[in-house]
Design a protein around this ligand. Structure first.
Ligand code: PLP
Length: 396
């Protein structure tokens, strides 16, 4: 992968900053920006409902984006619903499902709040599987937690704090044995590695455009065709119906019935271009690039005195996310210092994963998180490590 070539596509990088916050939101390359501008300049019109040429072109581009997204994860276009973000996609499943009496949801202590709160529904018991201290989930724990009253198993693919990967395929088998839906939060996996929904065995997969080089305001819910058809629309209205009379209506098939109102057109078109961009670089190359940088980062941080580093040790496979604390310092203070002293931008706090920080790490103040993407370089990692080293030494 030619990182310098990739970097030249990202205007923000010309500011000379070291951006290590892609897990919160990624940067956007020129081709994506141009594609969105092209929509506003050349064929700005509403989709799906018009017969004039601008509407036809807008619809074609919008549907082409859906095909790109479907192709990325091995789905078919009818299984792709455009949402606002991962959070909305997960809520679409939780609120659209017809819950049976006494059903339960099995989830984990690793989850982002967006894959926990939507499942807290009246009459639904939420069972939380605990990973080990480094964030490894044992499929045996799911075997014990899932039963015939389990409606949904909700699982992150890659932890947004620890970077650890979940045993999704094994959990898919357990869920399927009990007839439960497996809902996977792919917000941190889909942007960074090859993901195939059939291989994973999930029923639903949610992810966000803004974490994968796309614009803000668009996300994706993949749903297996039959199960998508069983969700009732969260937002009924224009665009969701085949026929309406003054007293009744008939909904369209998904995805239209789940995309009420005018969708985020420019954003979806931009996301389609982001997917083309990711494919042209190659997700396997991106994964390998991040893996090398992560290993270097972890090996050094692991040895630094005065630092507590979370997740699995450097030799185990994980995504490009590294969270830590400098002993005796608040994570926000560390993040501010890294910005002001070295132009290194990282995230601090609980990263919307409070149960993990409180109940697994025992760190209510949260942590500092550095996260990598295709545009980061080995030199940036060295500068980050130097800056963290200086902060840690200043306290000795
Ligand atoms: N799930 C995970 C694992 C995340 O990292 C995030 C974002 O930080 C989300 C869900 C929520 O994404 P969004 O804010 O785009 O809905």
């Amino acid at each position: 992968m030619d990182v310098e070539r990739v970097r030249s596509d990202f205007p923000i990088l010309r500011k000379g900053l070291i951006y290590l916050d892609s897990a919160a939101s990624s940067l956007t390359p020129e081709p994506v920006l141009s594609k969105m501008l092209e929509f506003y300049r050349e064929y700005r019109a509403n989709v799906e409902r018009g017969v004039h040429r601008l509407s036809v072109r807008a619809t074609e581009e919008f549907e082409a984006a859906r095909r790109e997204v479907a192709g990325l994860i091995g789905a078919s276009p009818e299984e792709i619903v455009f949402t606002k973000n991962t959070t909305e996609a997960l809520n679409l499943v939780a609120a659209g499902r017809e819950w049976g009496r006494g059903e339960n949801v099995v989830t984990t202590l690793l989850e982002h709040h967006s894959n926990l709160l939507p499942w807290r529904r009246p009459g639904v018991e939420v069972r939380v599987v605990r990973p080990d201290r480094e964030g490894r989930l044992d499929p045996g724990e799911f075997e014990r937690a899932v039963d015939d009253r389990t409606g949904v198993v909700a699982l992150t693919h890659l932890s947004n704090v620890l970077g650890t990967l979940s045993p999704v395929e094994e959990v898919a088998e357990i869920a399927s044995e009990h007839g439960a839906w497996l809902v996977v939060d792919g917000a941190q996996s889909v942007p960074h590695r090859e993901v195939d929904v059939r291989r994973l065995g999930c029923t639903f997969l949610a992810f966000s455009g803004h974490k994968m080089l796309g614009p803000t305001g668009v996300g994706v819910l993949y749903g297996r065709r039959e199960e998508l058809g069983r969700l009732s629309p969260l937002c009924p209205g224009g665009g969701t119906v085949r026929e309406v009379t003054s007293g009744g209506h008939e909904f369209l098939e998904p995805p239209a019935r789940l995309e009420g109102g005018t969708p985020p057109i420019a954003e979806a078109v931009g996301l389609g271009e982001a997917v083309r961009y990711l494919k042209s670089v190659g997700l396997e190359s991106i994964r390998r690039h991040e893996e090398a940088l992560t290993r270097r980062m972890l090996e050094e941080l692991w040895e630094l005195e005065g630092l507590e580093v979370y997740g699995t040790p450097p030799e185990e496979e994980r995504g490009g996310i590294v969270s830590f604390n400098v002993e005796g310092m608040d994570p926000h203070e560390v993040a501010s210092l890294l910005d002001t002293s070295a132009g290194v931008l990282v995230r601090s706090g609980h990263h919307c994963a409070m149960p993990l920080h409180l109940e697994l790490l025992g760190r209510p103040q949260g942590s500092v998180r550095a996260s990598l993407y295709l545009y980061n370089t080995a030199e940036e990692v060295e500068r980050f490590l130097e800056a963290v080293g200086e902060i840690a030494r200043s306290l000795r």
